[in-house]
Design a protein around this ligand. Structure first.
Ligand SMILES: Cc1cc2nc3c(=O)[nH]c(=O)nc-3n(C[C@H](O)[C@H](O)[C@H](O)COP(=O)(O)O)c2cc1C
Length: 207
C-alpha cells in the first residue's frame, strides 16, 4: 500500500520496535488500551472517533462523536446522542456502524464494524444521564430538533431536565477490528474477527 508522504515523516530515524510490532495479541491489547484511553483522555484521538451509518437512502453518513465508555470484555463502546438526530433514522434502517480513528501522533488507524443498540429511557440511558454534566444536558433540550433547517442559528437551550426525553445512548458492540500502523520498518496491518465466545480469529494482512 502506498502511503502519502505527507502522512509519514520519512526524514526521522526508524523508531525502536514497540511492543505491538510483531505480535497479534499485543496489537489487540494495544488497540483496547487506546480505546480505554480515549474515554479518559480528552486529547486522545480515540476520544472522538468517526461513526459511519447507512441511511434509508442507502448512502453512507459519517460524523464525529465523543467516546463515553469502553468495555473491553464485551467489546462495547457507548456514545451519547439526540434520539431525534438523523443517525437514529439510519440505525433504524440498518443497526450497524463503522468506527474510524486515525491517531496522527501514533501513525495509527483503527477501524471497527459494530452492531448498534439504541437505549432511550431505560437503565442504560438513565445511568448515562446521571453521570452527564449539566452543560451537556441542556444540548438535548434544543428545539426544533437537530438538523432542522432554520432562518438563523437558534438560541442555546437552557433547560437542564427537559432534554432527557431526547437523550439516547448508542451501544456499539464490534465484531471486527482492523489495525493499520504506519511504521518505517514495514507497515503493520492486522484484522481480528469475533464470531462466538471464543478468542477472535486474528491475522496479519498485507498493508
Ligand atoms: C468534536 C465533536 C464531537 C461531537 N460529539 C458528538 C456526540 O458525542 N454525539 C452526537 O450526537 N454528536 C456529536 N457531534 C456532532 C456530530 O458530529 C453531528 O454533527 C451530529 O450528531 C448530527 O449528526 P447526524 O445528523 O448524522 O445524526 C460532535 C461533533 C464534533 C465536531
Amino acid at each position: 500500500m502506498k502511503v502519502p508522504a505527507s502522512l509519514v515523516d520519512v526524514t526521522s530515524p526508524p523508531r525502536p520496535n514497540l511492543v505491538h510490532d510483531d505480535n497479534l495479541d499485543d496489537v489487540l491489547a494495544e488497540a483496547f488500551r487506546l480505546f480505554a484511553r480515549g474515554v479518559a483522555d480528552r486529547r486522545s484521538a480515540f476520544r472522538t472517533p468517526s461513526i459511519a451509518t447507512i441511511g434509508p437512502d442507502n448512502t453512507p453518513h459519517i460524523r464525529t462523536m465523543v467516546l463515553r465508555q469502553f468495555d473491553p470484555t464485551t467489546r462495547r463502546l457507548l456514545l451519547h446522542t439526540d434520539r431525534r438526530a438523523g443517525k437514529l433514522a439510519d440505525l433504524a434502517n440498518v443497526p450497524r456502524a463503522a468506527v474510524h480513528v486515525y491517531d496522527a501522533r501514533a501513525a495509527l488507524q483503527v477501524r471497527l464494524s459494530a452492531h448498534v443498540r439504541v437505549h432511550t429511557d431505560d437503565p442504560v440511558a438513565q445511568a448515562a444521564w446521571a453521570h452527564g454534566a449539566a452543560a451537556s444536558h441542556v444540548c438535548y433540550a434544543i428545539n426544533p430538533p437537530p438538523g432542522t433547517a432554520v432562518q438563523a442559528p437558534p438560541p442555546a437551550a437552557t433547560d437542564q431536565d427537559a432534554g432527557f426525553a431526547n437523550f439516547a445512548v448508542l451501544a456499539l458492540t464490534f465484531n471486527t477490528l482492523e489495525w493499520l500502523w504506519l511504521y518505517h520498518g514495514g507497515h503493520r496491518r492486522a484484522r481480528f474477527v469475533w464470531t462466538a465466545e471464543a478468542p477472535p480469529q486474528a491475522t496479519w494482512l498485507v498493508p
